[in-house]
Design a protein around this ligand. Structure first.
Ligand SMILES: N[C@@H](CCC(=O)N[C@@H](CS)C(=O)NCC(=O)O)C(=O)O
Length: 203
């Protein structure tokens, strides 16, 4: 198998790397640099038609795109430690939280980053007003997350899951757009310190 990865900053490839590190799995990887535009090559588009990373190619040629599908593949083969939920009900709860974090937190943060982080202006046209508005949306959502984290260590409950990885990777990258965890967001601050101190955070 081969995992197509990018270590130049992209958050979805890092999402999978953290997931693999949590499971202590080593997978052969090939670097495709988004910063250098390598993901847009004809060769890579044969694997990932929309030129997105990560991508996993299995030995029988099966291509798995989408970070969560890739994680689910590894979770099915290596269930411990479970990062997608422990039993039928917990799996539902983890999925709910992951989807919420993807749409409610990652998306506005990513849009703010794409549209306001000036080094990216060479890669695509930026709409600064829209970016600033998305920054405010993300900030409101982070404030809400701080309240929702009251009384529990991780986003989906008692255990570290992909819902945590989603917010952790988003925050680590998109903070370049000026996001910060405010002093008064005590629960979010505590959560961020906890997830950042896990060995997998280095992935
Ligand atoms: N929903 C996909 C998103 C994949 C994605 O957007 N990857 C970004 C890197 S984080 C990418 O390849 N961007 C290149 C581009 O848009 O040109 C997933 O979860 O894997």
């Amino acid at each position: 198998m081969l995992l197509y990865d990018d270590t130049t900053g992209a958050n979805n490839p890092r999402f999978v790397r953290i997931f693999l590190a949590e499971k202590n799995l080593k997978v052969p990887m090939k670097q495709v640099s988004i910063m250098k535009g390598e993901h847009k090559s004809e060769e890579f588009r044969k694997i990932s038609p929309s030129a997105k990373l990560p991508a996993l190619v299995l030995d029988d040629g099966t291509v798995i795109l989408e970070s969560v599908a890739i994680c689910r593949y590894f979770e099915n083969l290596h269930p411990e430690p479970p990062l997608l939920g422990r039993d039928a009900m917990d799996k539902v709860i983890v999925e709910m939280w992951h989807r919420r974090m993807e749409f409610e937190v990652m998306l506005p943060m990513a849009l703010a980053f794409r549209n306001t982080f000036s080094p990216l202006a060479t890669m695509w046209k930026q709409y600064k007003d829209f970016g600033e508005q998305q920054k405010r949306v993300a900030d409101r959502r982070l404030e809400m997350l701080d309240r929702e984290l009251e009384g529990r260590p991780f986003i989906a409950g008692e255990h570290y899951t992909i819902a945590d990885i989603r917010v952790q990777t988003s925050f680590d990258l998109f903070r370049l757009a000026g996001f910060e965890i405010k002093e008064e967001w005590i629960n979010l601050k505590q959560w961020y310190e906890t997830v950042s101190s896990r060995p997998s955070a280095k992935a």
